[in-house]
Design a protein around this ligand. Structure first.
Ligand SMILES: *[C@@H]1O[C@H](CO)[C@@H](O)[C@H](O)[C@H]1NC(C)=O
Ligand SMILES: *[C@@H]1O[C@H](CO)[C@@H](O)[C@H](O)[C@H]1NC(C)=O
Ligand SMILES: *[C@@H]1O[C@H](CO)[C@@H](O)[C@H](O)[C@H]1NC(C)=O
Ligand SMILES: *[C@@H]1O[C@H](CO)[C@@H](O)[C@H](O)[C@H]1NC(C)=O
Ligand SMILES: *[C@@H]1O[C@H](CO)[C@@H](O)[C@H](O)[C@H]1NC(C)=O
Ligand SMILES: *[C@@H]1O[C@H](CO)[C@@H](O)[C@H](O)[C@H]1NC(C)=O
Length: 392
């Protein structure tokens, strides 16, 4: 009973502190002697909805009033060395935690200790955003780091984290939509854990040290945006992304891919919104694309710029054009494409497929630019290619 009164009273106290109606140093144990909220005192911040808390049944009640008071623990130092931020508007009823370089942290255990020592002071365990950036924290993220907290967004960019273990974010099962661990040292990410967080919409892992993505590895989830750029990926297994039915952006630029093998980008029953799937493969070392690499693909934009392709093969691209009903665009800039009879199928096609390939420079077989670009090419100069085929 006592506990529930304190829980009900605290958010109001925090808000009143925020707007400096109370001297927060004096709170402590006198919490139950709070002055009654006086509606005649004007609130500079927003309309004071604290009154509605009388109808509120505690932290697990989801029927929160729109402008609920701050949810940071009342003590200013409870989350030190991190900062606590009260959220308003649509995130009211949640608070956020920000930990920066000044924490001087070097291990994951230090996050765990901070959260454990704040536990008694928490008004709610529901956190909107947890941010830790620019620290030297290294080690493996595990489920026990987060205590009782759950999150909507977790941002852990620019640290030294090496590993993300299974169930690391399982506490946030119903809530987590954004997980960003950019520019760390991750060599191992337990992909299976995505089934713990089925509402995850964006997973940002660019700038890590991932080197391969095994086949059939992603469980079926709502993931729409996956950024794996600037890793060291040399291998992606068949059907790796096959269960990501809502995938709309896949960024694999700046990796070490050389071959796009069978079924690498197949997504069974892809359930796309009106937009095309975007796959960014620029700045790899791709020299070969299997005709089955994009089997069963839906409308798609593929960025293949800055790779090592020497031709645009009909057996690779014709099936994609057919499967996507021409809703396809391919960026082939900065490859080594030789503009000879091998690409006549594009220039001589009676339908406007030429536009799919935009523009790019033509190269000779030694890998030097010829000074001609794809848009300069005149289809009439390629009519003899067909004759060639007949003669052969
Ligand atoms: C991280 O470690 C390096 C090397 O020891 C040090 O120079 C740097 O100040 C540290 N950064 C932080 C945020 O502690
Ligand atoms: C972090 O390290 C700096 C320099 O060593 C020091 O001045 C500062 O007090 C430390 N901060 C914390 C929170 O320990
Ligand atoms: C893909 O990744 C590259 C490199 O990290 C980045 O520059 C680019 O903006 C990303 N593209 C999208 C659509 O996020
Ligand atoms: C692909 O990544 C490059 C950088 O690597 C970026 O400039 C470009 O905007 C990206 N394009 C798409 C469609 O994501
Ligand atoms: C493809 O990526 C390159 C950078 O690598 C970028 O300059 C270009 O704009 C991208 N193409 C499209 C169509 O986004
Ligand atoms: C092609 O480039 C190579 C260097 O990559 C150069 O030695 C050669 O002279 C160039 N050939 C022509 C015809 O420009």
């Amino acid at each position: 009973m006592l506990n529930s009164i304190i829980r009900l009273a605290l958010p109001c106290v925090t808000l009143l502190c925020n707007v400096k109606l109370l001297n927060c140093e004096d709170l402590g144990t006198s919490i139950l002697n709070l002055p009654h909220y006086d509606p005649s005192i004007p609130n500079p911040d927003d309309d004071l909805e604290c009154l509605k808390l009388r109808d509120w049944n505690g932290p697990d009640d989801t029927s929160l009033p729109p402008n609920l008071c701050g949810m940071c623990p009342a003590g200013e130092h409870d989350l030190e060395p991190c900062d606590c931020i009260n959220n308003r508007g649509s995130q009211a009823g949640l608070f956020s935690i920000e930990c920066g370089p000044s924490t001087n942290w070097t291990t994951v255990d230090e996050i765990k200790e901070m959260i454990a020592s704040a536990d008694d002071a928490l008004i709610t365990t529901h956190v909107f955003r947890f941010t830790m950036t620019g620290t030297n924290v290294s080690g493996a993220l595990k489920q026990d780091v987060w205590g009782r907290l759950d999150f909507h967004q977790v941002i852990l960019d620019n640290n030294q984290i090496q590993q993300v273990d299974n169930h690391a974010f399982a506490n946030s099962k119903e809530t987590l939509t954004l997980l960003s661990i950019k520019n760390n040292e991750i060599t191992y990410f337990h992909w299976d854990q995505l089934s713990d967080i089925p509402h995850l919409y964006q997973l940002l892992l660019q700038g890590n040290k991932l080197s391969f993505i095994p086949s059939d590895i992603f469980p079926q989830t709502d993931l729409a945006y996956l950024d794996l750029s600037r890793n060291q990926i040399i291998y992606i297994g068949p059907n790796a992304f096959s269960n990501l039915r809502k995938l709309s952006k896949l960024n694999l630029s700046y990796n070490q891919l050389e071959y796009l093998d069978d079924y690498m980008f197949s997504i069974a029953q892809h359930d796309l919104d009106p937009n095309n799937l975007i796959i960014n493969l620029s700045n790899n070392k791709i020299s070969y694309i299997s005709p089955m690499a994009f089997a069963d693909v839906r409308p798609i934009n593929i960025n293949l710029s800055y790779n090592r392709l020497t031709s645009i093969e009909e057996e690779v691209f014709r099936p994609i054009i057919d499967a996507t009903y021409y809703f396809l665009s391919v960026d082939l800039n900065n490859n080594f494409i030789v503009c000879n009879c091998d690409i006549a199928w594009i220039l001589l096609d009676p339908t406007p497929i030429r536009g799919i390939f935009g523009n790019f420079q033509c190269y000779d077989t030694l890998g030097n630019q010829t000074g001609t670009s794809f848009l300069d090419l005149n289809p009439h100069d390629f009519l003899f290619c067909h004759t060639d085929v007949v003669i052969n």
